[in-house]
Ligand binder design. Structure first.
Ligand code: SAM
Length: 454
């Protein structure tokens, strides 16, 4: 690795903040970044060729000794693991220590979805996650990653923090604000973060972070948990913002237990991950509790018109088919929007119905099927859902080369496959659907997700 050019003002500010220890940090920033993944419960065994080492603070986290070409691994596209920076997996420890899985959680700054997939895994079938991204272009990758991960407990939205504060007052048991920041912790792998950094940018980020926290604050229940995190080192965006939350918003800072051998550094408030002490990139996290008080519980507002069409008699003819595609059909509410049927958790039906009319929802659950003429065709997201009943379709196991060809949306050659809709699998994991029309097999992999350049 070539030496990287760090901004001079950054070097000075770290020397001021950390004293002699800054030299160790600056040296660590000249070393190779670490590659780590977090396994999905879809995959039972780890299938990497290189050496792996466990991430101590997350049971599904692994360091890889080298960075494989993930794009050429069909299991990557099937959502079997997420390539996630190791330090940020520490959020799991906060969840385990402070949050009941049957909670309603907002991940406010969620794209591309690393922490949302972690939270959705923690909540499992008991909780509900709203995964939000305010920047329009980033919503699509978030939605793709949520679908590939395959838990049906996540709704993807595109709203501002203020819209959440106004429309979802006192709704959430927990809010994660993984704030947009100056990105010092990403310097060794992100050239853009280095080139955009300046003392003024740090100040601007700190102000924006406070505005985000203030805007969303009303959406958190009194007594609720707020997790504030950044991938930067400076105290302006970290400790000072947390102290401001404690003073101005009345939040209580919570201790998080951890093993001393993990190399975590305690700030005046919160926890730092420095790459010279922990194996991973730079990260900061603090958990706080909103003060408890008498409060009016969240009540769904009926003020906005709902565009949701309930199941009609016409659509009902497909209900038995749609239910046969799920392992636990009674756990799901099914509804139509135009020709599309979507499944979402029955236990949160009322809440989701109400939120879908007050928030800008990109997805309110998992696309199950699309009415086409007199039939209903499965949607790709069904094949990603963990509750998908795979045996509802003939399964065709693909080799690695066939799987890659399918993922590039190339023509298929599946000789001997039965006629009709087929579920294509790789190492037992669903990749998506194809349709055998006799003379050829139509590749139904979503065009926008295809492998483009390899
Ligand atoms: N949590 C994500 C993950 O684990 O994959 C990473 C989030 S990234 C650190 C911060 C996110 O905040 C970005 O997706 C960015 O688009 C979004 N963002 C930028 N400005 C924002 C604002 N004013 N309010 C809320 N989110 C914002």
């Amino acid at each position: 690795m070539h030496p990287i050019m760090l901004p001079v003002d950054f070097i000075d500010s770290m020397r001021q903040q950390m004293g002699a220890e800054a030299e160790l940090l600056l040296q660590a920033l000249q070393t190779e970044p670490v590659t780590s993944i977090r396994l999905n419960s879809k995959l039972d065994v780890l299938t990497f060729d290189c050496d792996t080492d466990e991430v101590p603070w997350h049971v599904d986290g692994y360091y890889l000794s080298e960075r494989p070409q993930f794009t050429l691994d069909p299991l990557f596209h099937a959502g079997c693991y997420y390539v996630q920076e190791a330090s940020s997996m520490f959020i799991q420890q906060v969840l385990e220590q402070y949050l009941d899985p049957s909670s309603v959680v907002l991940d406010l700054c969620a794209a591309p979805g690393g922490k949302s997939t972690l939270i959705s895994e923690y909540l499992g079938s008991e909780g509900l996650l709203l995964s939000n991204e305010v920047v329009r272009q980033r919503v699509f990758i978030l939605s793709e990653n949520i679908q590939k991960w395959g838990n049906g407990n996540t709704i993807v939205t595109h709203n501002t923090p203020a819209e959440y504060g106004e429309r979802c007052t006192n709704l959430f048991d927990c809010i994660l604000v993984d704030a947009p920041c100056s990105g010092e912790g990403m310097f060794r792998k992100d050239e853009q973060a280095r080139s955009e950094w300046s003392p003024a940018a740090v100040r601007k980020c700190a102000e924006r972070q406070r505005a985000i926290l203030m805007d969303v604050w009303d959406a958190l229940k009194p007594g609720g948990l707020i997790i504030y995190s950044t991938c930067t080192f400076n105290t302006e965006e970290n400790e000072k913002n947390v102290e401001w939350m404690a003073e101005s918003l009345g939040a209580e800072v919570l201790p998080v237990e951890y093993d001393k051998s993990w190399g975590i550094t305690e700030g005046t408030v919160g926890y730092h991950f420095y790459p010279h002490r922990t194996k991973g990139e730079g990260f900061y996290l603090c958990a706080l509790r909103k003060h408890d008080e008498e409060y009016k519980p969240f009540s769904p507002s009926a003020s906005r018109h709902s565009s949701v069409r309930p199941l009609t008699t016409t659509n009902n003819q497909y209900l038995a088919t749609l239910r046969s595609w799920l392992q636990h059909p009674d756990d799901w509410a099914i509804r139509y929007t135009d020709r599309f049927a979507t499944a979402y958790p029955m236990r949160y039906k009322e809440l989701i119905d109400s939120l879908s009319s007050s928030l800008t929802c990109i997805s309110t659950g998992f696309g199950l099927g699309e009415e086409r003429g007199r039939t209903i065709a499965p949607q790709h997201s069904l094949s990603m859902l963990k509750d998908f009943h795979k045996e509802a379709f003939p399964n065709v196991a693909l080799t690695r080369d066939q799987a890659l060809s399918y993922l590039r949306t190339e023509a298929l050659n599946l000789s001997g496959a039965p006629l009709g809709l087929l579920l294509l699998t790789y190492e037992g994991v669903p990749l998506g659907f194809a349709k055998n029309v006799g003379t050829r097999q139509n590749n139904l992999y979503p065009h926008e997700w295809r492998i483009r350049h390899l």
